[in-house]
Design a protein around this ligand. Structure first.
Ligand code: BGC
Ligand code: BGC
Length: 735
C-alpha cells in the first residue's frame, strides 16, 4: 500500500478499530476466534478479539493461515493481524543462549544464526520477533543474564546490531522472504535490577545510563530494528511504560527511533501495581502520553482508551499516531498484499532443522565454549583413553536455554549421543552420578527433570565412583538446571547444587584426572570446582547440537576459543564485579590480608575468579610489546598500535586479541579500561603474525561533565592482550 492508502484506511476506521490495533492478545486468550476463560476473567470479549491488531506466541503455518483468514474475514476493514513471538536463540534449530553467543566474539556468526532463526520462524508464520535483548548485565544472580551478550556496551552493541541484520536482512526489507521485524528490548536498563532480583528497582545515574546502558540499544536502533519493547523496571523511580522522557525524548527524539513501541507483558497493568497509576484508566493515559503504541497482554488500552478519548484526556491525534505506526509496520511487512507472509507448510518441512541449520548450530556451540583451566593438557581427550563421563548432563537433552519453547528437546543431541556419534567404538562409560538438583527441591518452570535423572542418589553415586576409579580420566558434566536461568530465575547462591559438589569431591578421592564441563546460563561461583578439577570447560546451554559440538571440542577436532563476556565473580559477595569499573581514590592491588585502608574486602580478593575476555585454548600464545606509529595525535588523525602474536604451543590455534583504552584524567572519572576493539588470529605452531589496531579520536569520546558526548585532550593508556587483565601497555596523547 502507498502511505496515502494507509492514511485513508486510518480515516475510515472507527475508534474501536483503532484501539484494537493497539491491543495484543496472547495465544491463550482465544481459541483462534473467540475469547477463552483467562481473557474473560479480565473482561476481554469476542468483540475485542475481533479488532485485535496482533497476537503473541502462536506458531505453525497451517494454524496461522487459518487464524489470519478467519480474522481478516471478520474484521470490519479486513486488516490482518501481526503474529509475534520470542525466538530468542533459534526457532526449532536451537542455538546457544545469547550469553554464550557473546563469548564467540563473532557477531557475524550471530547474524547468520539470527537469519536462520528468521527463516524457520517466518516459514511457521511469525512476523515479529522479540529479539535482540540488548540489556547490559553485571549481576549473575539475575536469571536473565543468559539473554544478554554480557557486561560490555560496545560488544553488546555489535551483537544487537548483528542480530537485527540477521532478522531483517541487510536492507531492512521486511517483505523479503524469510525476514521478519526485529523488536529490541527491554528499554531501558532492565539488566540492572537491585540485588539481581528480577523486576526489581533500577538505580542508574543518567551518566551511567547514557554511557553504559544506552549504546547497545542505540546500535540496534541504528541497525533499523522495527520495534522496541519497554522494560518492566523503573528508572529514576518511573516505570518505563509510563516514562515519557525515556520514550519520547530519548528513544524517539535523541535516538531517532520511528518504529512501533510495544509494552512488555502486561507492563501497562503493572503501572498500577508499581503505584504510579491509581487505576487502569490512568495507566492507559500515562502509557499513551509516554508513547507506548501496543499494549501487550493487558486489558488497559482496549478497556480504557475509548473513555479517555471521549473525555478529551487523550487527543485522537495521539491515538492516530500510534495506530499509524502499527499500520505502517504491517505495510512494511507486506501484510496488506500478503497477510500470510511466508507461512508455508512446505517450507516448514524443508527448512526447519535441515542439515545446514544444524551445522550452524554445532559451529556456534563449538565456538562459544570457554576453556577456563587446563592443567597438564588434560584436554583434549584421546579416543584411545578410557574415559568415564559422569554427571547429570552426561545424557541429558535439556541443553537449550529457558527461551527455547518452540524447540523440541527430543531433537537435542545429548553429550552421550554426541560422543558415541563421533567414536562408536570408544572405551567410554556414562552415568548420571547424582540428580540435577538437590533432592527435595522443586524446579519451578516448564520442564522439571531430565529424562535420565536418577531416583536413587546413593546408588547413582556408588556407580559413579566405581566407574571413576577404573577410568584413565573422568569428565564430570555438571551445571544448573536450565530453568534456573531465564525470566523469574534470580538466585542468591550461584554455586553448583550440593549433590553435584559432593559428586565432585567423591570422584576426586578416587581419580585426580578430572575435567569438569559446566552447563548453565549464568556465571557461577566456581571456587570449589577450580580446587578439584584439572580442567574446566564452560559449555553454557549450547542448544540442540550441544552433544556433537562438545564431542568435537573435548576430543580436539575443534579447539575451544570462547572468551568470557561476563566476569565470573570470586563469590556472590563480590557482585557486581565487572572489568570496566572506576579507579576510586583508593584502588587496591596488593594482598587483601596485609593492607587495610583501600577499596577492598578483608576476606576475598578484588579480582573476579575469571575476568571479562578470558578464555584458554589448546595451544598457547605470546604477545610482543606494543609498538605505536606515533604517540601524539589529534582529531581526524589516527594512531596505529601493533603487536606481534606467536603461537608458542604445539597445536594450531586461534586467539582473540583485545584492545582496551584508559583515559587517565577526564572532567568526570573514567573506567580503568574499556574494550575498544578485537581481532582474531589463527596460527600454526611457531607461527607468528602482526596485529594492528587503529585508534581514533571517536573511540575516546564519553559524556563529559556537561553531559556532552565528546573527547577531552590528555593522556591515555592502551592495553593489548588476551583478556581484560592484560598488562601489555603503551601510552599516547590526544592533543
Ligand atoms: C518478557 C519479554 C518477552 C515477553 C513476551 C515478557 O515476560 O520480559 O522478554 O518478550 O514476555 O513473551
Ligand atoms: C577517615 C576519616 C577520618 C580521617 C582522619 C580518614 O581516613 O576516612 O573519617 O576523620 O581519616 O583520621
Amino acid at each position: 500500500m502507498h502511505s496515502e492508502q494507509i492514511h485513508a484506511l486510518l480515516s475510515e476506521m472507527t475508534t474501536e478499530e483503532k484501539i484494537g490495533e493497539l491491543f495484543q492478545i496472547p495465544s491463550y486468550f482465544f481459541d483462534g476466534d473467540n475469547a477463552t476463560g483467562p481473557a474473560a476473567e479480565i473482561g476481554i470479549t469476542d468483540e475485542d478479539i475481533r479488532v485485535a491488531g496482533s497476537c503473541l506466541s502462536i506458531t505453525g503455518a497451517a494454524k496461522i493461515r487459518q487464524i489470519q483468514e478467519n480474522h481478516i474475514s471478520k474484521h470490519p476493514h479486513h486488516i490482518p493481524m501481526m503474529f509475534m513471538a520470542d525466538v530468542i536463540n533459534g526457532f526449532k534449530t536451537i542455538f546457544p543462549i545469547p550469553l554464550a553467543q557473546g563469548c564467540t566474539f563473532d557477531p557475524g556468526l550471530a547474524e547468520k544464526c539470527a537469519s536462520i532463526a528468521a527463516a524457520e520462524a517466518t516459514a511457521s508464520g511469525i512476523h515479529v520477533n522479540f529479539s535482540p535483548m540488548a540489556d547490559l548485565v553485571q549481576d549473575p544472580r539475575w536469571g536473565r543474564v543468559m539473554e544478554s551478550t554480557g557486561e560490555d556496551a560496545y560488544l553488546n552493541g555489535l551483537f544487537a546490531a548483528a542480530m537485527v541484520r540477521g532478522y531483517q536482512g541487510p536492507y531492512n526489507n521486511l517483505t523479503e522472504k524469510g525476514k521478519l521485524a526485529s523488536c529490541l528490548k527491554h528499554f531501558a536498563g532492565y539488566g540492572a535490577p537491585l540485588g539481581g532480583r528480577d523486576y526489581n528497582t533500577v538505580e542508574l545515574s543518567q551518566r551511567t545510563l547514557r554511557e553504559d546502558y544506552l549504546p547497545a540499544y542505540k546500535a540496534a536502533v541504528d541497525a533499523g530494528c522495527a520495534l522496541v519493547m519497554t522494560s518492566f523496571n523503573t528508572l529514576d523511580r518511573i516505570p518505563s511504560s509510563g516514562n515519557r522522557w525515556l520514550m519520547r525524548d530519548i528513544l524517539r527524539g535523541e535516538m531517532g527511533f520511528d518504529g512501533v513501541l510495544i509494552s512488555d507483558w502486561a507492563a501497562l497493568h503493572e503501572l498500577y501495581i508499581h503505584g504510579i497509576a491509581q487505576d487502569h484508566s490512568q495507566a492507559a493515559e500515562l502509557a499513551m502520553q509516554a508513547g507506548v503504541d501496543i499494549d501487550m497482554s493487558s486489558p488497559v488500552y482496549i478497556k480504557h482508551l475509548k473513555a479517555l478519548i471521549d473525555s478529551g484526556k487523550i487527543p485522537m491525534s495521539m491515538v492516530d499516531e500510534a495506530v499509524l505506526r502499527v499500520l505502517t509496520l504491517k505495510n512494511k511487512l507486506g501484510l496488506f498484499e500478503n497477510p500470510y507472509k511466508d507461512a508455508s507448510e512446505t517450507d516448514e518441512q524443508e527448512l526447519i532443522l535441515c542439515q545446514a541449520h544444524r551445522e550452524a548450530a554445532r559451529e556456534f556451540a563449538e565456538k562459544s565454549f570457554v576453556l577456563l583451566k587446563n592443567v597438564d593438557d588434560l584436554l583434549p581427550l584421546k579416543n584411545t583413553e578410557n574415559v568415564a563421563f559422569i554427571g547429570p548432563y552426561a545424557d541429558n537433552n535439556l541443553l537449550s536455554g529457558a527461551w527455547s519453547f518452540f524447540g523440541d528437546d527430543m531433537d537435542c543431541v545429548t553429550v552421550k549421543d554426541g560422543i558415541l556419534n563421533r567414536f562408536p567404538e570408544g572405551k567410554f562409560s556414562f552415568a548420571p552420578g547424582c540428580p540435577i538438583v538437590d533432592p527435595g527441591i522443586e524446579v519451578l518452570g516448564f520442564q522439571k527433570k531430565p529424562p535420565n535423572d536418577p531416583t536413587d542418589p546413593t546408588s547413582a553415586l556408588e556407580e559413579a565412583i566405581s566407574l571413576a576409579s577404573k577410568a584413565d580420566k573422568v569428565v564430570l558434566l555438571l551445571g544448573e538446571h536450565r530453568e534456573y536461568t531465564g525470566e523469574g530465575a534470580s538466585k542468591a547462591d550461584i554455586s553448583l547444587p550440593a549433590c553435584q559438589l559432593q559428586l565432585l569431591r567423591e570422584v576426586r578421592k578416587v581419580n585426580p584426572n578430572i575435567c569438569v564441563v559446566l552447563f548453565g546460563g549464568r556465571p557461577l561461583d566456581l571456587r570449589e570446582v577450580v580446587r578439584h578439577a584439572q580442567s574446566i570447560l564452560f559449555a553454557w546451554l549450547p542448544g540442540i547440537e550441544g552433544g556433537n559440538a562438545l564431542a568435537n571440542v573435548l576430543f580436539g577436532d575443534r579447539a575451544p576459543g570462547g572468551k568470557l563476556t561476563m566476569s565470573f565473580p570470586y563469590c556472590v559477595g563480590q557482585i557486581p564485579v565487572f572489568y570496566n569499573h572506576m579507579n576510586t581514590g583508593r584502588p587496591f592491588f596488593g594482598d587483601y590480608r596485609k593492607e587495610r585502608y583501600a577499596s577492598q574486602y578483608l576476606d576475598i580478593p578484588n579480582q573476579p575468579l575469571f575476568p571479562f575476555g578470558y578464555g584458554l585454548t589448546y595451544t598457547t600464545f605470546s604477545c610482543s610489546e606494543i609498538e605505536l606509529d606515533k604517540n601524539i595525535f589529534s582529531a581526524g588523525d589516527a594512531i596505529h598500535a601493533t603487536v606481534q602474536v606467536t603461537n608458542t604451543g604445539s597445536r594450531i590455534g586461534s586467539e582473540t586479541l583485545q584492545l582496551y583504552i584508559r583515559d587517565l584524567a577526564g572532567s568526570v572519572t573514567r573506567p580503568v579500561r574499556q574494550l575498544k576493539g578485537f581481532q582474531k588470529v589463527t596460527l600454526q605452531p611457531g607461527g607468528t603474525a602482526k596485529v594492528t589496531f587503529q585508534i581514533t579520536e571517536e573511540m575516546l569520546r564519553f559524556y563529559d561533565i556537561h553531559m556532552n558526548y565528546t573527547s577531552e585532550p590528555g593522556d591515555f593508556h592502551l592495553f593489548i592482550g588476551f583478556d581484560s587483565a592484560a598488562e601489555n601497555t603503551a601510552k599516547f596523547t590526544l592533543l
